[in-house]
Unconditional design. Structure first.
Length: 357
């Protein structure tokens, strides 16, 4: 495995900037996800690391060695693509063994490793089948296995590898990949547009938007303290509730005429750009405001029952607002109050989080 450093990397396709200039380090043995909407630069970044694309500016280091000008074959990288890349006329066994055969690995080691990976991916019963006779998800498992079969790779780069795999198998494979990472400390970098995949797989998640790295952090950090309103919208189901606000006092906002206590010091903040962010999970609904917490009038429009919780949709401060409540809490359409604690409030100026420190 290797530590991967990207120093001053920037990339353009003609006059279109795909990646703004950035510095980044992937630590040896880490488990990462690159998360963002289509067209944000996720695959471009992955292909720069693998050598498919040479960056317009900057350099790539593996364990301190500059490999920017090396071809993909010389980078010791395993890459798994969105759609299966396999040899259809070969048996599953031969597909899995092929990366090792090409490197003249002894046959007994090949046998051991192929059987280990096949067992991990539940492919053992298919080892003698021709790959072109298999289903799309089985073919993708082979493609994934070809990336995992080598122990000597600097990193395994995965570009939306579970797209064609059914949801239950996706869950089991993400768990298997985590086990592989924990057992062998294989550096895994996983590209996805699906926040659930990223949050359940990675130790660290990089969120991208329009060619920029917006935030890097743990799933908890991204959920509790999104660094921008974009991250607040993109992470979480439902997205973070956001309300226009102005400064009332140093630690108090004005939201539609209601005073809201917050932890950040707002002294000097540009009042016209402020927004209050609050997660649906951090809001309580009451018939009347009995607590000492922050409180806003809330009009209930719709109640969606998800079995393990209710999602209440309504309006507060003129904004569509979503609140998660206990499945057993009685909720009726009409007027209620939403309450929430100051510690759970995120305050944004120009769509960027104001620190509490």
């Amino acid at each position: 495995m290797a530590r991967i450093d990207l120093e001053g990397v920037q990339h353009s396709y003609g006059n279109v900037e795909a990646l703004e200039k950035f510095d980044l380090t992937w630590n040896d043995g880490g488990r990462y996800a690159i998360l963002g909407p289509s067209g944000c630069g996720k695959t471009t970044m992955l292909n720069i690391m693998s050598g498919i694309i040479k960056p317009t500016q900057g350099r790539i280091l593996f364990d301190g060695n500059d490999i920017t000008n090396l071809q993909t074959a010389d980078r010791n990288i395993a890459q798994v693509f969105q759609f299966p890349v396999i040899y259809g006329t070969m048996r599953v066994w031969d597909n899995l063994a092929f990366p090792l055969v090409c490197r003249n690995v002894p046959s007994d080691q090949i046998k051991t490793k192929v059987e280990e990976v096949a067992n991990t991916l539940s492919l053992t019963h298919l080892l003698d089948r021709k790959a072109n006779k298999l289903t799309a998800d089985q073919k993708q498992l082979i493609s994934l296995g070809r990336g995992l079969v080598r122990d000597d790779v600097a990193a395994v780069l995965m570009d939306e590898p579970l797209t064609v795999i059914d949801p239950d198998l996706k869950f089991r494979l993400r768990r298997k990949l985590k086990e592989i990472n924990e057992q062998y400390r294989t550096t895994l970098i996983y590209v996805t547009h699906d926040q659930n995949e990223a949050m359940t797989f990675a130790e660290q998640i990089m969120v991208m938007d329009k060619g920029r790295i917006v935030q890097m952090g743990t799933p908890g950090e991204l959920f509790d303290r999104p660094s921008t309103t974009f991250v607040g919208y993109f992470i979480g189901a439902p997205a973070m509730n956001v309300f226009p606000a102005t400064v009332k006092q140093d630690h108090q906002l004005d939201v539609a005429g209601t005073a809201i206590d917050v932890e950040p010091n707002l002294q000097g903040a540009a009042s016209e750009t402020l927004k209050l962010g609050i997660r649906a999970e951090h809001i309580s609904l009451q018939d009347d405001p009995k607590s000492n917490d922050n409180c806003l009038p809330f009009h209930v429009d719709r109640i969606d029952d998800f079995g393990n919780y209710k999602l209440v949709v309504g309006k507060a401060s003129g904004q569509i607002t979503k609140v998660k409540v206990d499945r057993n809490q009685p909720i009726a359409s009409g007027e209620m109050f939403m309450t929430f604690k100051a510690k759970n409030c995120c305050v944004y100026a120009n769509d960027r989080l104001i620190s509490t420190s």
